[in-house]
Design a protein around this ligand. Structure first.
Ligand SMILES: NC(=O)c1ccc[n+]([C@@H]2O[C@H](COP(=O)([O-])OP(=O)(O)OC[C@H]3O[C@@H](n4cnc5c(N)ncnc54)[C@H](OP(=O)(O)O)[C@@H]3O)[C@@H](O)[C@H]2O)c1
Length: 338
C-alpha cells in the first residue's frame, strides 16, 4: 500500500516521503480500514518534529518513531475484521482514532489502510463526509475530556473558549452548545464569522479584546490557545468557576526544547490545585474512545456537531499540508486524502 513514511524526527520536508509498505493485518479485536481521509493537526506536527524531546521518552520511539507512519485519526470503509472484532462489518463507513495509547505517537493514519481497535471506532453518519468525520476524533477526545471529563457538567453554565475556531476549540464549542451552555468564543478577527456560525453566543476578537477584562463572569474557561494566565482569568471567573489549560506550544514558538511549554505549565497548575479555588484535580484517566467517538457520531447525525474542513490535500502533499497547518491561516481543519 502507499503511505507516508517517517524516517526520523525532524523537518517535515526532510523526514517525510510517500512510499510503498506492507498492508497491515488486523490483530485480535481490530478492523482494517481503507482510509478515505486522515486529519492533520498540531500533535502530528509534534511527533514528526520529535519536539519537545520528552515525547520521545513517552512510548512513541526514542531515536525514531516506532511506527513509521504518521497520523492519529481517520475515516474510511471497513475492509476486513480481525478475530473477535464483532462491532463492525465489511463495508461499514467508520471514523476514529488509530493512535494507540498516548497521542504523541504515530498512529498510521497517513496511509491507504490502517488497522484500528474496534473500541476506537464509530459509524460515520451519512450526513457528513469522510473528510469531516476524519477531522474529529483526536481533537474531539481532547475537547470532550477537558470540557466534561474533569467535573460534572452543569447545563446553562457560561463557558469561555479561548481559541474556539481551532481543532480542539471548534469541537469544544459545539459540545458545550449541544449540552446547554452559553459560549463566549475568543478568536482572531478572520475567524469570528466561523465561530458565530458554529453557535457561539458571544465573540471576542483577541487582536482587540482582552477576555480577562469586562463584566462577563464565567463558570469555565477552556484555554486552548494557552496564552492566558490563571491570575488574569480569576478576575472573570465566578467564585466556583474553573480554569482548564489545554497547553498549545504554537509549533515550537513557546517553551523549551526538552519540555515545551505545556508540561511545565501543567505541573505548575497541579502544584497549586489544593490552594486555588479555580483549579480542579485533573482526571488523569485516558478518555474512553468508544463512548467519546459514539457521542461525536450521534451529535454529527443530529447536526449538533458540524466539522468544518478548510482544505483537503492529496497524501503526497503532506509537507504542504503541514506548512499550511503551521501558518494558522486555515479556517477549519486540514485533511489528507490517500
Ligand atoms: N487538534 C487535535 O487533534 C489535537 C489533538 C490533541 C492535542 N491537541 C493539542 O491541543 C492544542 C490545541 O490544538 P488545536 O488543534 O486546537 O490548535 P489550533 O487549531 O492551532 O487552534 C488554536 C486556535 O487558537 C487561536 N489563537 C491563537 N492565538 C490566540 C490568542 N491569543 N487568543 C485566542 N485564540 C488564539 C488560533 O488562531 P490563529 O492561529 O489565527 O491566531 C487557532 O484558531 C495543541 O497544543 C495541540 O497539540 C490538538
Amino acid at each position: 500500500m502507499q503511505a507516508i513514511l517517517q524516517s526520523a524526527y525532524g523537518e517535515p520536508a526532510e523526514v517525510l516521503s510517500l512510499g510503498e509498505t506492507t498492508k497491515p493485518v488486523p490483530a485480535k479485536g481490530e478492523v482494517l480500514v481503507r482510509v478515505h481521509a486522515a486529519s492533520m493537526h498540531a500533535d502530528v506536527w509534534h511527533v514528526v518534529k520529535g519536539w519537545p524531546y520528552v515525547l520521545r521518552l513517552m512510548g512513541g520511539g526514542f531515536a525514531r518513531p516506532k511506527n513509521p507512519i504518521p497520523g492519529t485519526d481517520m475515516a474510511g470503509i471497513v475492509e476486513s475484521v480481525g478475530e473477535g472484532a464483532t462491532r463492525f462489518q465489511v463495508g461499514d463507513a467508520v471514523f476514529g482514532e488509530c493512535a494507540k495509547g498516548f497521542q504523541w505517537a504515530n498512529g498510521g493514519a497517513f496511509a491507504q489502510y490502517v488497522a484500528v481497535s474496534q473500541e476506537a471506532l464509530a459509524l460515520k453518519p451519512g450526513n457528513v463526509s469522510f473528510e469531516q468525520a476524519a477531522s474529529v476524533p483526536t481533537s474531539g477526545l481532547i475537547a470532550w475530556h477537558n470540557l466534561m471529563g474533569h467535573r460534572p457538567w452543569r447545563s446553562g453554565q457560561h463557558v469561555l473558549i479561548n481559541g474556539a475556531a481551532g481543532g480542539v476549540g471548534a469541537v469544544a464549542l459545539q459540545l458545550a452548545k449541544a449540552h446547554g451552555a452559553m459560549v463566549t468564543a475568543v478568536e482572531h478577527t478572520s475567524k469570528l464569522a466561523m465561530v458565530r456560525a458554529l453557535g457561539a453566543d458571544h465573540v471576542l476578537d483577541y487582536s482587540r479584546d482582552d477576555p480577562t477584562q469586562g463584566s462577563a463572569r464565567y463558570d469555565l474557561i477552556l484555554d486552548v490557545a494557552s496564552n492566558l494566565t490563571l491570575g488574569d482569568c480569576a478576575r472573570v471567573l465566578k467564585p466556583d468557576g474553573v480554569y482548564i489549560l489545554i497547553g498549545h506550544d504554537h509549533y515550537g514558538a513557546s517553551g523549551s526544547q526538552w519540555l515545551g511549554s505545556g508540561i511545565p505549565a501543567f505541573l505548575k497548575l497541579a502544584l497549586r490545585t489544593a490552594f486555588n479555588p479555580h483549579l480542579i484535580k485533573p482526571n488523569m484517566a485516558a478518555p474512553n474512545k468508544q463512548i467519546g467517538t459514539a457521542l461525536f457520531s450521534d451529535l454529527m447525525a443530529k447536526g449538533q456537531l458540524t466539522p468544518v474542513v478548510d482544505r483537503a490535500f492529496p497524501l503526497a502533499k503532506v509537507v504542504d499540508a503541514m506548512a499550511y497547518l503551521q501558518s494558522g491561516r486555515a479556517l477549519g481543519r486540514i485533511v489528507l486524502i490517500p
